[in-house]
Design a protein around this ligand. Sequence first.
Ligand SMILES: Nc1ncnc2c1ncn2[C@@H]1O[C@H](COP(=O)(O)OP(=O)(O)OP(=O)(O)O)[C@@H](O)[C@H]1O
Ligand SMILES: [Mg+2]
Length: 397
Amino acid sequence: MQACGLFQLFQEGAVVSMVNPFNPYYPAEAAFFANRRREQEWFRRGLLPSLRPESAGPWNAAILGPWGIGKSSLVRRLRELARETEVPPGVVVVGCTTGYGSLLGFTRSLIGSMKEEMLSLAGWSEAVRTELERWSVQIQLPGVALRRGQRQAPEEAANVAELLRSTLRRYWEQILEPAGKTLLFVLDDADLLQVMDPNALMILRAVFQDLHMYRARYGLVITGPSNLFGEVREVAEPVTRFFEHLPLREFDLDDTTDAVRHPLQQVHAPIRVSDEAVGWVWEQSHGHPYFVAFIMRDVVDEAMKQKWDRIDIEHLQKCWPYVSAHLETEKFLAEWTYATPAERQILQALATGKHIGEGKSALMSRLVRKNLIYRIERGQYAIYHPLFAEFVRNQAE
Ligand SMILES: Nc1ncnc2c1ncn2[C@@H]1O[C@H](COP(=O)(O)OP(=O)(O)OP(=O)(O)O)[C@@H](O)[C@H]1O
Ligand SMILES: [Mg+2]
């Protein structure tokens, strides 16, 4: 089977071109985005108005949830919503990665992205534009990049805070405020900043709070796993209070209906999906957005090849052997291969409901970090998805 592409369907003699709108490899495009109404409403009514100069100060948000639940997709949608406002703020979206080598390296990149976003905003006079471009070469960055794995010295953490604070303040006072413009920073996968420097979120909070003192209207949205704050609670409880928490959960049946039908409507697909078929997709995927997208991508691919104008349970059952083999090769096999023999034993035990003995906490933590299991409550764990549990049960050792 081919991945997403342009296909031609024949309907009543006419040739209809159609693109497969499902793609599990990237965050959902704004046009194919489904659900998350509560979060979108909060952005529209709370976060975006809070960026306006007359507000009491920007609201900050932490979009939290496990891998593939839709954090980056929601960030993309937020960007669209910002563009739809009367006076659109600039939205600086940065994917966090340890590839920056240090928090300083990250900060440098963040400032670069900020300048790009500002330059892309409409309405600058030629003088301001020239000034902005000139600043882009003027900024002096303290310190040198760290080698991989090297710990950031405390004075460099201070440099990070100083660099960010002074640059953002300068941009605010000299360029953004006089022009009546505001910016929203979105740091996707902010947990990776914590890997480079365990104080990263503390530093960000301190900088953004200081900027608030100067009435700067910079909003801050971060995304990360559900335990992003859990791990820092003892040392950095104030950080958790600095953000409105937006936990993302799996889709319910109505959400899944929307996630299945909305993208097809958007591409004017001449394919109807029955209620029973949607229910079946929901049961298999457990409403996990990644799996909904994966299953639908393959099923729609097949529908286009076979020229089905309807997808019903029989069609799904026909496709399932292929979809499930595809899931194995695309995802499960790699996860299984990278697990150590001891980790596999734990996975087998969890998948078959066997008792896991004492003294396994280090192993369990490693499996949680690998996103293969999640903690239900103290000492109780489950495999991240029933489809992976089924795969694990089928791996006779
Ligand atoms: N609201 C949505 N509407 C439609 N599809 C979605 C939505 N949310 C997620 N998806 C689908 O699920 C897949 C995973 O979503 P996304 O990449 O946004 O998750 P994530 O939480 O950022 O994952 P990670 O933790 O791996 O970065 C996407 O490829 C997309 O197809
Ligand atoms: Mg993501």
